[in-house]
Write a protein that binds this ligand. Structure first.
Ligand code: DLL
Length: 435
């Protein structure tokens, strides 16, 4: 199959050459940060590290880690490495789990970010002939602006829809023949569900591909979206702190996401000890930006749990791959001592023929964790016969017990009774207030 690259020389660069490029960039990035950000300078001084001690990627381990707490403490300007006059944009995290993080961009930073998104779009086979519907939120969230910029770079006709207003999404998709859609996987599933309800079959829908990310999603969910929309669904990863979407993107092989490692160097560490783990190990993903100007990050701990692989890819790209994040060190629920990831529950639901419309509710009553999962029935599954519902709940609870090792109370609820998400889905309500 002919492969499409946006920046072929970089995307297919021999590994040794890439390492040389990364090392050259890292030396400059460390110097830039040390000279311009007192916060980093202090962290490095505390560790007894000077920029001269870093000669290349092999010295990266000498540098201190940076955490989300550091970013919050430094709010808003504490990590800025360029004068505000040179910055042209801010983006920000949603702040649902604490104080917002504000990321700054120079025009150079915006360009490299949009190039990353353009690589992701091109990897789906899209070209300037395509119509790209961007249904990620626009605004402070990076999803809309990032993919919008990438779409422009590729030369697609860009539909800057933002998220929400599903009727209008469908109307523009149909009237303007959108061939590529970018949104969260939960919103893609919702758009698919709405199209099906309106009587559209996959072959009636003009889309060929979708780029979905910003939240965890399973292979089963991918299959569901691909079937309802009649498309190939590609994963995309990123975080506000590093730039936004496009830190890593999927190619046609769909076995993990290529990291744009000429801009972002990835490490996997043991989240408890900070020890760097060898390729193939599961641990916390850590990123170092290599050529950002305004908001560089050295060894930023993402809290995403992941695995890296240098296995040869059939697409011809040599960029290292990351597996789908397997949850976060901080959204991993510990219920009655057992680690539970929402993605495991989702896998069970999809295996058992349910849609991924669910909510996990955890509480603590008399020092014991309670664990409930509300699961929506589809209109076809819906019944008002109590006996049938109880039997279905029992089957689901048993499947979850087999996957997780603990027993949830499963409640089946009526179709459409769990609020749909236009952005990132809220899957967990943890009432325990453990911190
Ligand atoms: O979610 C950026 C983004 C926008 C990525 C659009 C992809 C598409 P934040 O809001 O800062 O940024 O959230 C970052 O979301 O640390 C992961 O935990 C999670 N995440 C992002 N992409 C994926 C993915 C954007 N493909 C946090 N799979 C990250 C699983 C993802 N989790």
């Amino acid at each position: 199959m002919a492969q499409n690259y946006y920046q072929k020389e970089i995307e297919t660069m021999p590994i040794e050459e890439m390492k040389k490029l990364q090392s050259e960039k890292l030396v400059k990035q460390v110097k830039h940060v040390y000279e311009n950000v007192p916060y980093y300078r202090n962290l490095m001084n505390e560790k007894g590290i000077k920029p001269e001690d870093v000669h290349g990627i092999d010295d990266l381990h000498k540098l201190p880690f940076l955490t989300k707490t550091d970013l919050r403490d430094a709010y808003p300007y504490g990590l800025l490495a360029k004068p505000l006059d040179d910055c042209v944009r801010i983006q920000s995290t949603s702040g649902t789990t604490g104080r917002r993080v504000v990321a700054f961009y120079t025009q150079h930073d915006i360009d490299l970010w949009e190039d990353c998104c353009a690589r992701a779009i091109t990897a789906t086979g899209a070209t300037k002939k395509d119509v790209c519907q961007v249904a990620y939120g626009y605004g402070l969230f990076t999803g809309g602006p990032g993919l919008n910029g990438g779409s422009h770079k590729v030369g697609c006709l860009t539909l800057p829809m933002s998220s929400g207003n599903t009727e209008r999404q469908i109307q523009f998709m149909m009237d303007l023949n959108a061939s590529l859609i970018c949104c969260t996987p939960s919103y893609a599933a919702y758009i698919g569900e709405t199209l099906r309800e309106q009587g559209y079959k996959p072959e009636d829908i003009p889309l060929k591909a979708g780029i979905f990310g910003a939240e965890p999603w399973t292979e089963e969910m991918r299959k569901g979206i691909e079937a309802t929309l009649g498309i190939k669904a590609y994963d995309i990863y990123g975080l506000t702190e590093t730039t936004g979407p496009g830190v890593a993107f999927e190619c046609s092989e769909q076995t993990g996401m290529h990291i744009n490692e000429d801009h972002f160097y990835a490490e996997i560490i043991d989240p408890d000890t900070g020890e760097v783990l060898p390729e193939g190990s599961k641990g916390e993903l850590v990123f170092t930006s290599l050529d950002k100007e305004a908001f560089p990050l050295l060894r930023y701990r993402t809290r995403d749990i992941c695995v890296l692989s240098r296995k040869k890819c059939s697409c011809g790209r040599t960029l290292i791959k990351m597996a789908k994040p397997m949850g976060r060190t901080d959204d991993m629920l510990i219920i009655r001592g057992v680690n539970v990831f929402p993605s495991q529950i989702e896998t069970v639901l999809l295996n058992e023929g349910y849609q991924p419309n669910y909510q996990i509710i955890v509480d603590r009553v008399k020092n014991t964790d309670t664990f409930e999962v509300n699961v929506e029935m589809s209109p076809e599954q819906f019944t008002d016969k109590v006996g049938e519902i109880l039997a279905m709940e029992k089957t689901l609870a048993e499947a979850m017990k087999a996957m997780l090792g603990i027993n949830p109370a499963v409640h089946l609820v009526a179709p459409k009774s769990i609020a749909r998400s236009e952005g990132k889905a809220v899957r967990v309500i943890d009432k325990r207030k453990l911190v």
